[in-house]
Structure formats: C-alpha cells, structure tokens
Design a protein around this ligand. Structure first.
Ligand code: TXA
Ligand code: MG
Length: 327
C-alpha cells in the first residue's frame, strides 16, 4: 500500500478556474482529499479505487460507521466499467444524468472500487453530477471519486465553500470554491437493481418528476417492506464462520487478525503493525476476506482488540456487525 499523504495542516482554497481544477485533480491523483462543489451539496472527494484515500474520508469526517459511499463519475462509459446498468438504470440515466440522482446498481465484475466504498456490499451507488466544476474535476481525474457530503459526521451538509472550511478546514488538502450549491439538498437515491425504482432516500430530484418522465411508479416507504433509510441498512460483511472479538491471543484452530505490535499475529494478517487506525480501516475488508478464505466455511476467526477512538470506533462497529450472531 502506498505511503499515506501527510495530513494537511492548512486547507487550500482553490479558485473556480482551470488552474484550480488542475490542482484539485493533481491532489486527488496523489491520494489526497479535496472538497468539490456539486449541484446538491459539497462532496468530500477521494479516489474511489484507493483504500487509503477512502479510509481518509471516514477519518476526516470522523464518521463512526462505514456507511457505503456514492461514486461520482464523468460519463456513462465510466459508469458501465463499475456497475451493471439494468434497463431501468439506462432509462433513468438517459432522463436524469447528469443531475441530482444516485442509482444503486449491481457492482460490476472487476470494478476498481475499494471495498470500503461499498461496505463490502455487492451493489454500488453511482452519480453523474451536473455541476460544471465537478464535471471538470471528474473528467480530468478520469475515474471514480467517492464523495460523501463534506461535513463532519452528524453536522449539517455544506452548501458553500465556507461551510466546508468551517467544518473540515485543516483536515483535508483543499476546497474547490464553486460558490453556493444550486440544489442544496442531497441527491435522490434510487435502488435500480430491479424492474421498478425503489426510493432509498428522498432528495434533490422529485419522485413525481421521475414518474412523469418514465411512466413508472416509484416504490416508496408506504408501498411495502424495503430499506428506506440507506444509512440505516444492515450493511455488515459477515465471514462464513464465526468471529470472536477482543482476542488478545488466538485459541487453537482460530485464524487471528492482529493489530499493532502488542497483538501482531501473522504479519500478512495484521491490520496495522504500527497501530495506525487509518491504515487499519483501509485494510479491514481485505483482511476479513483473507481470514475468511483461510478459515473456510465453518472456521473460526479471532480479531485483536482495536482501540475505541477515532476510526477505531468505525472499525469496531464493522467488526461487531461481522461478529453478530446470525441464523
Ligand atoms: O447529493 C449527494 O448525494 C451528496 C453529494 C456529495 O453527491 N452525497 C451524499 O453522500 O449525500 P452521503 O455519503 O452523505 O450519502 C450517501 C448515501 C448513504 O445514505 C448511503 O447509505 C447510501 O448513499 N448508499 C451508498 N451506497 C449504497 C448501496 N450500495 N446501497 C444502499 N445505499 C447506499
Ligand atoms: Mg451526508
């Protein structure tokens, strides 16, 4: 894994011109985090294929949980490299992209997306934003940018560069100043994996507009049981066998995931030999997969204690989901 970019002590405010866009692209290519304007809210962007950059997004926001993130793209060709576009998705994309609409789609084979972006799910949320600066950055970058709203966790979404600076100044490399966001409300999220769209989050694109344009009914919370609040989804990655937490030593037969110098275990299965929580977050899903492979279908996995601070809270949240009893 590449060395992490040094944490920025000051956050650059980039101007909304060709030079500002070029600097934003260069920082993103280097794995740094840049807040970019979209027509909905400012997004905290990082390279969606770079585990460290994505882990850094959670760290900068101080997010207690690894909610799955939206991947932002410049065009449909890029979308088809990441997800399988269902006929429904093709129709929605034609009608409303670029714009304030996010589609949850089946993850494509070989998609270059960090498992931290999808929370280990087999679906991925995609959006083509309409804001000219977002499009310029995405076109220059040439790949997917993971971007949640650019606010500290639990705070109000930012709709100006000043909001972003107030919340995340000193914690991210730069903010591209695009003035005030036109929509100012997060995108509408639709599950488009099936034949009919399901509303997962109401947002900047009205359900009525979708129904009028496509001549389809959008399923909402009143139409039956389905997840209405994407942030609340039980998005745990569960290995096939059992998971034991806070394991200071492995029991015979267990595959032990270590952390730090005190509980090192097998070097290839240590979340971070230096006890760096950002590195541990970036490696978490990879090592759970590897432990699952080694342990086998009915095997036992043990995980060393992870401190309940900073990203450690998010890591422990994911581990508790992985270890939760299931039927
Ligand atoms: O307008 C927006 O959507 C802004 C701008 C920056 O694009 N982004 C935004 O991201 O609001 P965020 O991370 O705050 O919200 C993303 C939502 C979360 O509720 C998450 O659970 C959901 O998208 N989501 C992402 N991937 C998903 C998936 N595979 N299945 C279901 N929900 C998903
Ligand atoms: Mg948000």
């Amino acid at each position: 894994m590449p060395a992490p970019p040094a944490p920025p002590s000051t956050t650059q405010l980039l101007r909304p011109d060709a030079d500002g866009v070029a600097r934003a692209v260069a920082l993103l290519r280097a794995g740094a985090l840049v807040a970019i304007p979209t027509e909905t809210v400012y997004g905290l962007a990082g390279d969606a294929a770079n585990d460290r950059a994505v882990a850094g997004i959670f760290a900068a926001k101080d997010r207690p949980r690894f909610n799955p993130l939206i991947v932002h793209l410049a065009d449909l060709a890029q979308a088809r490299q990441i997800a399988r576009l269902t006929p429904l998705a093709e129709a929605l994309a034609k009608a409303f992209w670029p714009g304030p609409m996010t589609l949850v789609l089946p993850l494509g084979p070989g998609a270059r997306v960090s498992p931290l972006v999808t929370s280990g799910l087999d679906t991925v949320a995609l959006r083509l934003p309409a804001h000219p600066l977002a499009r310029a950055v995405l076109t220059g970058f040439g790949g997917g940018l993971a971007a949640p709203s650019a606010n500290p966790s639990g705070r109000i979404s930012p709709v100006s560069a000043a909001h972003v600076m107030a919340g995340l100044g000193g914690r991210i490399a730069a903010v591209l100043d695009g003035g005030d966001c036109a929509v100012g409300l997060e995108s509408t999220i639709l599950d488009a994996t099936g034949d009919a769209p399901i509303l997962l989050r109401a947002g900047g694109l009205a359900v009525e507009a979708i129904e009028d344009r496509l001549g389809v009914k959008v399923k909402t919370g009143t139409d039956g049981p389905h997840p209405t609040a994407p942030g609340q989804l039980a998005v745990h990655y569960a290995p096939r066998g059992t998971v034991r937490l806070d394991a200071t030593t492995p029991e015979p037969g267990e595959v032990w995931i270590g952390f730090g110098p005190d509980h090192p275990g097998d070097a290839a299965l240590n979340l971070s030999p230096a006890a760096d929580l950002t590195e541990a977050a970036a490696r978490l899903f990879h090592l759970l997969h590897e432990a699952d492979r080694r342990a086998g279908p009915s095997g036992r996995i043990a995980v060393a204690p992870i401190p309940e601070t900073g990203l450690g809270r998010a890591i422990n949240d994911r581990l508790r989901r992985a270890a939760a009893p299931r039927g």
